[in-house]
Design a binder for this molecule. Structure first.
Ligand code: HEM
Length: 545
């Protein structure tokens, strides 16, 4: 059936509708309103009925290429909003793609937002590396929380390129990541000590809060040059913790009015606008205070050898010089992005190691062999680099539990983009890559739901996959020019922490609270039930100094 013709053929009804309804000239306001409503409804129903992909794909936008993009119609006006506003969107989308035979590309509507999603490595590469997908759609909360001025949401252009260059050179370059490892090691030692204490006091450990404290402290030291004691009563640390948590909640919340713009005048169930408006002045106050402290030591950053990111931003000259609000946005984003992902990836890894004690013992053995002659007790970055099994364990966790199953932040097309499969993604379309569906595809990964690090060990017949964006079978950090700039820092921190956690303790399932791998999708995908486990010290005392 040709939908185009049927659509055009039916539209003439809208023009004779008033005659059919025989509206008298003197109709009262109520009748007029009813008439407008019927017209609106009729128009919505027509658009919905005629477009694969739902109401946002009206005017046959899904048919712009040689091959039309398949997808569900969803509901009139709302499209697939109800299916995707809660729960695990990556799993729902994977199911929807399957039922519409749309694994290469599926079109759907989130209210008035046209969206495509792919589960295919080739199409994913085309989207992620296309210069016409180098911008992102921005949520209202992200805009209000100043993220449009920072790297993650800044539109493709000279400002974004400059920010990225500054961050890549001064924060994420391999030399800088190596320099940051001293900080991560310090935080790691403090974390091990706190874990040992909790185990001896309670007989079990709730790991998440230790990981969150370690990652927040590390990133604070790298970015602000400040070390907080989040476990003690430090008011600034408490305030910072609250700001980060509130920000996560606001950015992670599904905001209906992002997709139904008219709704913001009537309905804001999570009070997102009001909460953002209350959060921004608190963030500005805290970050500006830190900038002020750095300014008062201005001549020092010219002679300090280990500069933090505030020092770097303050030292910029000429066209690179940022105004204070831009600096606040960039610094705030780094704290934000650097805290959550590393902590939750470490938690997932430890959960898998507890459920797979044979993998944990094998990893422990390898680490033991590496650090035989190491007297300091802690595993160092140099040791980590010698452990292929550790690398395989982290990769396997990234495959089974990618922290951003839909690559966290989507992309936006800035032109009509023809794909190699004959489909065309029209301009102004939100594009997502379902990395979770790719990493669980049985045609790509044997036994995709089984935790088996050996699949990444060449010595055991496995494959060597680069997770940094060049191989789309496993690209948890995205790919292309907007690939995660913090990937090396993230991987280095997670590897160091996992190595030390396993080297210092034997992790055993807590009989009273079994490990539950249920997911919860917020800004990132985390364990729904925080991990609780027994951590039995392997050697007495060294981490309690
Ligand atoms: C395990 C750790 C991490 C994971 C899994 C992760 C994942 C991601 C993903 C999937 C993206 C989107 C990429 C794309 O669109 O192609 C991203 C972007 C980004 N990430 Fe990460 N990330 C991690 C750690 C970090 C860290 C430690 C930082 C900074 C301290 C960071 C900063 C950023 C920034 C600034 C962007 C936006 C880049 C842009 O739009 O140009 N990430 N990350």
């Amino acid at each position: 059936m040709d939908f185009t013709t049927s659509c055009e053929d039916t539209k003439w009804w809208m023009f004779i509708l008033p005659t059919l309804l025989e509206i008298p000239r003197s109709c009262d306001a109520n009748l007029l309103l009813l008439f407008i409503f019927i017209l609106f409804l009729g128009y919505g129903l027509l658009n919905w009925a005629c477009s694969a992909g739902g109401p946002a794909w009206k005017n046959d936008r899904h048919r712009m290429g040689r091959v039309p993009i398949p997808g569900p119609n969803g509901l009139p006006f709302f499209g697939s909003l109800f299916s995707l506003s809660s729960g695990l969107a990556h799993r729902t989308l994977a199911r929807m793609s399957l039922s519409h035979a749309a694994s290469q590309l599926m079109a759907f509507s989130l209210g008035s937002t046209p969206v495509v999603v792919t589960n295919d490595t080739h199409i994913a590469r085309e989207i992620l590396t296309s210069p016409h997908f180098a911008s992102r759609p921005i949520k209202e909360s992200a805009k209000q929380l100043m993220f449009s001025r920072a790297i993650g949401f800044a539109p493709d252009g000279s400002h974004w390129r400059m920010l990225r260059r500054i961050a890549s050179t001064h924060l994420f370059a391999p030399k800088r990541v190596l320099a940051h490892q001293g900080v991560c090691r310090l935080e790691c030692a403090a974390m091990l000590s706190a874990i040992g204490e909790e185990q001896s006091l309670k007989g079990f450990v709730q790991l998440r809060k230790h990981l969150q404290a370690a990652s927040l402290n590390s990133i604070m030291e790298i970015v602000f040059g400040k070390r907080y004691n989040t476990t003690k009563h430090d008011n600034e640390a408490k305030e910072l913790n609250e700001l980060v948590r509130e920000g996560f909640e606001l950015l992670g919340a599904f905001n209906w009015s992002d997709h139904l713009p008219w709704l913001k005048y009537f309905y804001d169930p999570f009070c997102i606008q009001a909460r953002c408006a209350a959060l921004v002045p608190r963030v500005k106050k805290l970050v500006k205070e830190i900038i002020k402290e750095h300014r008062s030591e201005e001549d020092q950053y010219k002679v300090k050898d280990n500069l933090d990111f505030v020092d770097i931003l303050l030292s910029l000259e000429g066209e690179e010089k940022l105004d204070e609000d831009d600096m606040v946005a960039v610094l705030w984003e780094m704290i934000f992005r650097g805290t959550d992902t590393t902590a939750l990836l470490t938690e997932w890894t430890m959960a898998e190691l507890i459920l797979n004690p044979n993998v944990q013992s094998k990893l422990h053995c390898e680490l033991q062999n590496i650090v035989q002659n190491n007297s300091c007790g802690l595993i160092t970055d140099a040791d980590v680099a010698k452990s292929p099994y550790l690398e395989a364990v982290v990769k396997e966790t990234l495959r089974l539990h990618p922290p951003g199953p839909l690559l966290s932040w989507a992309r936006l097309s800035t032109a009509d983009v023809p794909l190699s499969n004959g489909m065309v993604i029209p301009t102004n379309t939100t594009a997502m890559v379902n990395m979770w569906a790719i990493t669980h595809n049985p045609r790509i990964w044997e036994d995709p739901f089984v935790f088996r690090p050996e699949r990444f060990l060449e010595s055991a017949g496995g494959i060597n996959v680069d997770v940094r964006g060049s191989d789309l079978r496993l690209a948890p950090f995205g790919a292309g020019r907007r690939v995660c700039p913090g990937k090396n820092l993230g991987l280095a921190s997670v590897s160091l922490w996992v190595a030390n956690l396993v080297h210092s303790f034997e992790w055993i399932e807590n009989g009273a609270r079994l490990v539950d791998l249920s997911e919860e999708l917020k800004l990132s995908c985390e364990m729904k039930k925080p991990l609780s486990s027994m951590a039995i010290p392997r050697a007495k005392g060294f981490f309690l100094d």
